[in-house]
Ligand binder design. Structure first.
Ligand code: F6P
Length: 357
């Protein structure tokens, strides 16, 4: 008999259900006696013992379903060691609930913050296996996360649609793509949709260079310009500020997001009409693309196999085209970012894409 706890934590994304289904398929196909406990809304469910028993039926028909059947929430790592409003020690509560249910292991699906807490739980003696989810693809220790390819498809579709309007009207269009700290999604969707300018957090931009790129297109007779801008795009000036100075600046920030600031500056400097489109959470929604269904199923299968063999303490990831097991201690607290001198950025530049640098 194996008793498995499962939870999804942090922002949702596509293929969370596909990954959980993968784990459960392997376990149920093995013939081993299994009890499954689904903790609701992420770590919150584990802290407050809010769970439901799951059966094979819960996982039927969910391969194609977006979101997560368990619900999710953000439980910031920086507050995990602080008692809650009633003085409850959250880490101790998670431990107690794990032992009360006599779990053999926890399967945790999440991104960066989730992995820090998962590693803490491993540190305090719980058996944990994690699966890497996030549309940002910014998780250290894995070349790919599920959710990412589906989000690239959505952001790409959005920019494709903007192309026709941009060319009809001869306007400058900014599409703001998700990613506060890391620009993989913007970089990939930008290249896939033929964006002319890509601005990402890892490559601070100079607004004058952005304007130069727009004017150069003008001179070549292009009537429009499309910018793919990450939520976390940052100017060279802002990147040079200290954390404190930047915080101070943001207190009086008058724009809904960076794209609107960039739009205003371009409009002032070029006299061109600029429009901003923000696809926002649509990028995390809907059915997972086939790549993510296959990828999440493969990760889930490996997690299921490891549970049967009693191996714990790692994230099931993907390196050099192979499914691998990466120790949680090597993953937690690290971010995978776009390298400004990477081949992909260099190739994008060869294609004539400006990064405003
Ligand atoms: O981490 C995934 C992500 O979608 C980021 O790209 C985005 O910046 C953030 O979550 C949005 O978070 P929330 O759903 O809490 O607004």
């Amino acid at each position: 008999m194996k008793r498995i706890g499962m939870l999804t934590s942090g922002g949702d994304c596509q293929a969370l259900n596909a990954a959980m289904r993968g784990v459960v398929k392997v376990l149920t196909c093995s013939g081993e006696d299994i009890e499954m406990y689904g903790f609701l809304d992420g770590y919150r469910g584990l802290i407050y013992s809010d769970f439901r028993m799951l059966t094979g039926a819960d996982f039927t028909g969910i391969l194609t379903k977006g979101g997560t059947i368990l619900g999710t929430s953000r439980t910031p790592f920086k507050t995990i060691k602080e008692p809650d409003e009633n003085g409850l020690d959250k880490v101790e509560a998670m431990k107690q609930n794990y032992y009360k249910l006599r779990l053999d292991c926890l399967v945790i699906l999440g991104g960066n913050g989730t992995h820090k807490t998962a590693n803490l739980l491993r540190d305090v003696g719980l058996k944990v296996i994690t699966l890497p989810k996030t549309i940002d693809n910014d998780l250290y220790g894995t070349d790919m996360t599920f959710g990412f390819q589906s989000a690239v498809n959505i952001a790409t579709d959005c920019i494709d649609c903007i192309h026709t309007t941009a060319s009809s009207h001869g306007r400058v269009f900014i599409v703001e793509v998700m990613g506060h700290k890391v620009g993989y999604l913007t970089l990939n969707a930008g290249i896939a949709s033929g964006a002319d300018i890509i601005l990402i957090p890892e490559i601070p931009y100079d607004i004058n260079k952005v304007v130069e790129a727009i004017e150069a297109r003008d001179k070549r007779g292009s009537r429009f310009t499309i910018l793919a801008v990450a939520e976390g795009a940052i100017s060279k000036q802002d990147a040079a500020l200290s954390k404190k100075e930047y915080k101070e600046k943001m207190k009086n920030y008058k724009y809904p997001s960076i794209s609107y600031e960039i739009a205003e500056k371009i409009q002032k400097k070029t006299g061109k009409e600029v429009r901003v489109t923000v696809p926002g959470h649509t990028q995390r929604g809907g059915s997972p693309c086939p790549y993510d269904r296959v990828f999440a199923s493969r990760l889930g299968a490996e997690a299921g196999r490891s549970i049967l063999e009693g191996e714990y303490g790692f994230m099931v990831g993907y390196k050099n085209r192979e499914i691998v097991k990466v120790p949680l201690a090597d993953v937690a607290g690290k971010l995978k970012m776009v390298q400004p001198d990477s081949a992909m950025v260099k190739e994008a530049k060869l294609l004539g894409i400006s990064f405003g640098d």
